[in-house]
Design a protein around this ligand. Structure first.
Ligand code: ADP
Length: 220
């Protein structure tokens, strides 16, 4: 069985950066965001189920899901969100399972921002968390998405807490250093995962890798 790592992290923690560095090392990574789009692609059974549940109004003129409308619909309505997830999550899980079953290398990675919120830990052998101090996450989010700091704070407040994430992770990459430090940390994790895969001991004690602290200049 191929060792499966679940990569996760709060918004603007640096998950995409870390993911791309694992990919650069040749690690097969399945991005759950892409899977989430695929399962509701035009003509898909997932989209048909959404239309049946929520109405044809949620289908855009191009035959795809009207994402904006759906986002607004489920934003303040937890029950609607649950109904949507009851359709999409099993489909996403199924695709992930099928992909994982095709893997023949020592280890592979599922990159899932909502891994913990969606309780998808059972899909992976280990959870790798990309962690950053909240203020740094905030600064990165404001800069990357060009949004107001107040909105960025709201987005962060709506997420699972940093503590809850840390409590659920097997391995933690503390991303508060230079990108070069992240590369080094990814290289260490890569060696560690190869060793675990070789030993077949997937649940061995975790790694906490510090990036170089305070070397990242916050630009707001
Ligand atoms: P996520 O995928 O977790 O939302 P990203 O990987 O997109 O986060 O990172 C958020 C932003 O912060 C991006 O603009 C990214 O380039 C930047 N970033 C992430 N980590 C670092 C780092 N160690 N040094 C400098 N910039 C970083």
């Amino acid at each position: 069985m191929t060792l499966t790592i679940g990569l996760t992290g709060g918004i603007a923690s640096g998950k995409s950066l870390v993911q791309s560095q694992f990919e650069a090392l040749g690690v097969p990574v399945l991005d759950a965001d892409r899977v989430a789009r695929d399962v509701v692609a035009p003509g898909s059974p997932g989209l048909a189920a959404i239309a049946a549940q929520f109405g044809a109004d949620f289908i855009a003129a191009d035959g795809g899901l009207d994402r904006r409308r759906m986002r607004e619909h489920v934003f303040a309505d937890a029950a609607a969100r649950q109904r949507l997830e009851a359709i999409t999550h099993p489909l996403i899980r199924e695709r992930m399972r099928a992909w994982r079953a095709t893997q023949r290398g020592p280890y592979c990675m599922l990159s899932v921002a909502i891994l913990l919120e969606a309780k998808m830990q059972d899909m992976v052998d280990r959870v790798l968390l990309v962690d950053a101090p909240v203020e740094l996450q905030l600064a990165r989010l404001v800069e990357r998405d060009r949004i107001a700091e107040s909105l960025a704070r709201q987005m962060l407040a709506a997420q699972l807490s940093r503590e809850a994430r840390l409590g659920a992770a097997h391995d933690v990459l503390f991303n508060a250093g230079e990108p070069a430090a992240v590369r080094q940390a990814v290289a260490s994790l890569h060696r560690y995962y190869l060793q675990l895969a070789e030993r077949g001991d997937f649940k061995a004690p975790g790694l906490r890798l510090p990036a170089i602290e305070n070397s990242f200049t916050i630009k707001i």
